[in-house]
Design a protein around this ligand. Sequence first.
Ligand SMILES: Nc1ncnc2c1ncn2[C@@H]1O[C@H](COP(=O)(O)OP(=O)(O)OP(=O)(O)O)[C@@H](O)[C@H]1O
Length: 670
Amino acid sequence: MPSATVLSRSVKLAPGRPYPERAEPTLGWHDHVAEFLWFNVAKPLWRTAFRPTRSLGRVVVESERHEAALQRASDEELKAKAGALRQGLRRDGFELSLAGETFALVREAASRTLGLRHFPTQMMAGWAMLQGRLVEMETGEGKSLAATLPACAAALAGAPVHIVTVNDYLAKRDAEAMKPLYDFLGLSVGAAVQGMTRSEKRAVYKKSVVYCTNKELAFDYLRDGAARSGRRSRLHLCLDRLGGLASDDDAPVLRGLHFAIVDEADSVFIDEARTPLILSASAGDAEETETFRQALDLAAGLEPGSDFEIEHAERYCLLTEAGRDKLALATRDFEGIWQSEREREERVIQALSAICLFERDKHYVVADGKVQIVDENTGRILPDRSWERGLHQMIEVKEDCEPTQRRETIARLTYQRLFRRYLLLAGITGTAKEVAREIRTVYGLDVARIPLHRPSQRRYTTPRLCPTKEEKWRIVERVVKVARERGLPVLIGTRSVHASEEISSLLRARGVDHALLNAKQDNAEAEIVAAAGEPGRVTVATNMAGRGTDIKLADGVREVGGLNVILTEYHESQRIDRQLFGRCARQGDPGSCHTIVSLEDDFFLANSPWLAAQAARILKMDRRFQPLALRILRLHAQYVAESRNSRQRVASMRSDERWEQILAFSGRRE
Ligand SMILES: Nc1ncnc2c1ncn2[C@@H]1O[C@H](COP(=O)(O)OP(=O)(O)OP(=O)(O)O)[C@@H](O)[C@H]1O
């Protein structure tokens, strides 16, 4: 339980509650009016009058007052100081002078244990997070280290801290890397990752600071909710908390939702927010599997255009009148669901989607006889995730895999609703400006932009738009060749497993030695990333080498120009493109970014087919229009994709609310 004073500065605590979390805000029209006034009137005025960056700098001034004394102190004296600060923080909360002193202590401890001294910019970021804000800090400026400042301050104050990141690799990496610092300050740290049992998880969540992924955290919270619905009494929960029922598998694993620091916050708050998290139980049977097979056969007999239409961007298929008649005729002698018009059409539409909209090595991979979904934003496999309402089983049957049982929803939750329940919420990312407004509206977080620690030396070459994919890969090869001749490492970013394999086989055919990192081969991730900064090294990767990946430059590489990053296809949002470029030119190092895309890229074809066709005509006439055509095409396609994603987020949240009403009605909530 955190000290009430600490968190109550910004949030309402319900003292004595065994599983603290915030009641959900319900937004009314007056909130939207306030929102509008804040963004359009108050915030610009406030920015001009008070220069917020300067006010964040006050914590640096505060901490510098303690610097010299702390540097002279022995390790024992510093540990004793941590003990004294615990008392102060519990009593007075995160007050500027106390926070300054705590940050100075953490900085000194980090420099002794990790050999890293927090930069002033990292202190400013830490202070903003402690005030419950979303920090925008350029890629490579050291967000992992910056997050230790608010984490240590809150943990010293007695609040359990969750540092949330986007994948298990980052959670484990950061927990291990920062462990010496937390140990020094008398704080415990752990990583809650996939594959742990509930009792292992419970042991980890007892630590002062826990690194975890958003997905693990959300499912742990959902399971806690399902377990809590059976044991709602306060006495039960108090016993759980005291460890009385700790061996019971139903006892909650979390200690409540106190303070979360969400790393790569735009990815978690925005990109991941489209997909609700669903806790489910088996529901299908063998007979049902047979209907999937029949549906695929029936779908294969339908003609695109005349019998059905495909909407690639919105990802749905629609039967035409002719298609519906054809289907009714074909299933005349069938039994069971085939006699119901609604069920028959629903099943065949699903089969059409499985055939036409979901591609192997793009949307999913088949490994160990299983269909595994690939996250388009991170390039990683999403283990344990499945598509809803039998679509997953349909794809399994299409791929000749043993179909898993269809599952039925027991509880569901969106990230929007999970994170709004934290008593104190903060975030950090390199790319927030595009989504600042939505994050403010949904999560109530203001964005604080932190200046660069050192001036950037990132160089952008003129983007290239090629008429065909073939030409695109030819140019990519040429850029790789030139970079290798100069002894520069190259990172080639692709959007799908399939594309990464395409360029990899081309490079192999030309005898270019390279490493390949994608969802199919993620075992060697750490080694591939560790070697990616060596002279002349070529790494082909999906977005797995995007967010969070820290490529360290080998000796001598900095002097010749740093890492070269090649973007070979635009992503649905500019933020993800920026994240890829953020792998080079970190911490003031040099580095170059190349954009080489083609009019045949799936991204343009799905989101802006008409404009792509016009651009192709114009380029045939005059190649000088290339930069303008590319700019318009990119803006339009990303706008279309972002608008669609935004609609999906709203729909997901609405249906989450509807679900909660249904579950609440039947006595079950997450
Ligand atoms: N205060 C510091 N002094 C020296 N090196 C630092 C400091 N802070 C961070 N670094 C180094 O900077 C590099 C980048 O750090 P990190 O990966 O945390 O950046 P990031 O901002 O999270 O990047 P991304 O946005 O790509 O996730 C790491 O190699 C880290 O060790």
